[in-house]
Design a protein around this ligand. Structure first.
Ligand SMILES: [Zn+2]
Length: 292
């Protein structure tokens, strides 16, 4: 955690010999976020930063959410948020317009009409130190030192995924149960591959879709790798070729813990923050009918 002594000075000013509060602007908030989640760290295909909003606008309330979807826009407008900070981009691919006849265009129209800004920190937050996977690691029980699962070439303190040790070894079933408790509940829950009684001490995690780090998880000797969006063939082949267990969590749930870290940074300006509890994972229910 950084020292925000200078920031506190920035939001107050001497006026007529008395200290008065200077309103926090959208630019103040984006400066803090970009100090921790540098847009230059984002993948080349990504779209991060300010989607809509006037940097000079005063910000009093900031809502944090994983997805810039309709339910989250509803929540922001109901709460009269001045800014929504999301992990996922609204407009990842180039567009030629934002007509209100499309879901994304409708979101842009509603936000601008309400005077609510939208800001995204995506892959730049994934690789930050601390970043999205640090928050995930803490949520599933890793309390000690963490290191990137795939360190960035430019700075090995940053990178994708995290690996660490549990304070005491547990079984895979106990780890999965603790992870399920530590993450927000979703319809999808957790899927586990491995011997329930296998001992777990070294844990690798990656927030969001993490099948590109399967080999890295094995290479660091993880007893279990927890991520999201795992598919049958990569998971099956991974299990055939080693003993590392897999836990597949809901994509939204693996990234949600980071919202608290980002909100804590912004809250130090004195603005009101709120973390959306709306479950925006793509999967909304599951059926076990017919299962054996
Ligand atoms: Zn994601």
């Amino acid at each position: 955690m950084r020292d925000f002594g200078n920031l506190e000075c920035a939001v107050t000013a001497i006026s007529g010999g008395t200290l008065r509060r200077v309103p926090t602007t959208l630019a103040d908030i984006t400066t803090i976020l970009e100090d921790h989640y540098d847009p230059a760290w984002a993948e080349s295909w990504d779209a991060v930063g300010l989607v809509c909003g006037d940097p000079e606008a005063v910000v009093r309330r900031v809502l944090f959410a994983v997805d810039p979807v309709r339910d989250v826009v509803d929540e922001a407008l109901d709460w009269r948020a001045d800014l929504i900070v999301t992990h996922h981009p609204l407009l990842l691919r180039p567009v030629h317009g934002v007509p209100a006849t499309t879901a994304k265009g409708r979101a842009v129209h509603r936000l601008i009409t309400a005077g609510t800004a939208l800001y995204t920190a995506h892959t730049n937050a994934d690789v930050a130190d601390p970043g999205v996977s640090d928050a995930l690691a803490r949520a599933v029980g890793l309390s000690g030192p963490l290191r990137p699962l795939s360190p960035s070439a430019a700075d090995p303190r940053r990178g994708l995924g995290r690996v660490g040790e549990l304070p005491v070894p547990v079984t895979l079933r106990e780890f999965a149960d603790a992870a399920a408790k530590g993450l927000p509940a979703t319809a999808a829950g957790l899927r586990v591959a491995g011997d329930p009684e296998a001992p777990v001490r070294t844990v690798a995690v990656c927030g969001g879709a993490g099948d590109s780090l399967l080999d890295a998880a094995r290479a660091v000797g993880a007893d279990v790798y927890l991520t999201a969006d795992l598919r049958h063939h990569p998971a099956s082949e991974f299990r055939e070729n080693g003993s590392t267990a897999l836990v597949d969590a809901a994509h939204w749930a693996t990234e949600w813990p980071w919202l608290g870290d980002a909100a804590a940074l912004v809250r130090q300006t004195g603005v009101e923050t709120r973390i959306s509890a709306v479950v925006t994972d793509a999967w909304t229910f599951r059926s076990h009918e017919g299962s054996t």
